[in-house]
Design a protein around this ligand. Structure first.
Ligand SMILES: NC(=O)c1ccc[n+]([C@@H]2O[C@H](COP(=O)([O-])OP(=O)(O)OC[C@H]3O[C@@H](n4cnc5c(N)ncnc54)[C@H](O)[C@@H]3O)[C@@H](O)[C@H]2O)c1
Length: 339
């Protein structure tokens, strides 16, 4: 999914592909004219030199592959999550820092012009103090790979992660979480393993306290009737809403594929649609933005501490479900993301 964007990026020279299903790395290398392909990370790390590893593997594999790349002196862009636990993610960031390397984690939602528009509306007080915010993202679940439903998978790190990054990005680091999660569909048929038991939550509701009176809520799952499909084609309904005493705001489309912002305020009660142009933003651009940052030194909006914070929220949501308790968080990140 990343190669179309990476192959067009002025800061990127594509060096190698790697997949333990070797035919996939061969096919991608041929399609994008990439000189090397490998069947295992060890071969890639020992092979043609490169600077940045882009990790797009199964969620459960990210942690050890990211660690191996850092140990070999490579910078890392990781699909979500950066690691299997908050603690392990923090250790990866510490490892990177100790070696003078960088690691970043998806998603890239804070890069969209729609995120910037919403952040500026919140920061400038257009809505008054935001009292409440909501976000949702769901579809019927991936059909191709079992890992989405196995331990370490789930709808929170696959889908909720976008909304969690957006709402924490807009309203600031989350201080505590209460959540409920469940498994609606007990077994799934997937292309790589046939019929499998579902072990990770496929239904989640997460309530977040941003510590200053503002609350937000994310719901996500793999059991949502969704006429827009996995690609989100044609989705033009609001999926994110924020409200205060002076105004309300809705993101049209998904935060990873936004089409505009509907904003109504005391001064304009009927409201208008703003920020209809996504510019050069696509959700697949994370690694290209990071390549630019490494080449130019320009610090990106995407921030590893933010990715770790979202991972801690996901972990806290699961802990809240397991214990029935409100869970306090430790991590934070530089906020506001967009001033
Ligand atoms: N598919 C999407 O639309 C999409 C969108 C956004 C993010 N993501 C994220 O991207 C990641 C991959 O999802 P996907 O849908 O592309 O899954 P996928 O099953 O299509 O691809 C994963 C690939 O990783 C390979 N792999 C697994 N372990 C490996 C290892 N140790 N070394 C090398 N290769 C290994 C697999 O063989 C497979 O080819 C996940 O984190 C997912 O959340 C996917």
């Amino acid at each position: 999914m990343y190669l179309p964007d990476l192959s067009k990026c002025a800061y990127v020279e594509l060096v190698s592909t790697c997949d333990i299903k070797p035919e996939r790395s061969v096919k991608a290398a041929e399609k994008y004219n990439i000189p090397n392909h490998y069947p295992h990370i060890n071969n890639m790390l020992a092979g043609a030199p490169f600077d940045l590893m882009v990790n797009l593997t199964n969620m459960q594999e990210h942690e050890h592959l990211n660690r191996e790349a850092l140990m070999a002196g490579k910078h890392v862009w990781s699909e979500k999550p950066m690691a299997n636990s908050y603690k392990a993610g923090r250790a990866l960031l510490d490892l990177a820092n100790s070696k003078g390397l960088r690691i970043w984690g998806a998603p890239a939602v804070v890069n969209s012009p729609q995120f910037a528009f919403m952040a500026q509306a919140v920061n400038s007080g257009k809505l008054g103090k935001v009292a409440a915010a909501h976000a949702h993202y769901g579809h019927l679940g991936p059909t191709w790979s079992a890992f989405f439903y196995e331990k370490g998978g789930g709808s929170l790190p696959d889908l909720g992660v976008y909304n969690l990054a957006t709402l924490s990005g807009l309203l600031g680091p989350v201080k505590s979480v209460m959540a409920m999660t469940s498994i609606i569909t007990k077994t799934r048929k997937v292309d790589d393993k046939g019929e499998i038991p579902v072990k990770a939550e496929d239904n989640a509701m997460v309530l977040m306290d941003h510590g200053n009176g503002s609350f937000s809520h994310v719901q996500c799952g793999f059991n949502y009737f969704d006429p827009y499909g996995h690609e989100g084609s044609g989705q033009e309904k609001p999926t994110i809403s924020l409200v205060g005493k002076k105004g309300s705001m809705h993101l049209i489309g998904y935060d990873w594929k936004p089409f505009g912002i509907d904003l109504a305020t005391l001064e304009d009660e009927k409201g208008k649609r703003y920020a209809e142009d996504a510019g050069s933003y696509v959700w697949e651009q994370g690694a290209s933005v990071i390549a630019e940052a490494l080449a130019t030194g320009k610090e990106p909006l995407i921030n590893a501490e933010h990715a770790l914070h979202v991972l801690e929220i996901i972990e806290a949501a699961r802990k809240s479900q397991a214990t029935g308790k409100r869970i306090n968080l430790q991590s934070a990140f530089k906020w506001p993301v967009v001033a």
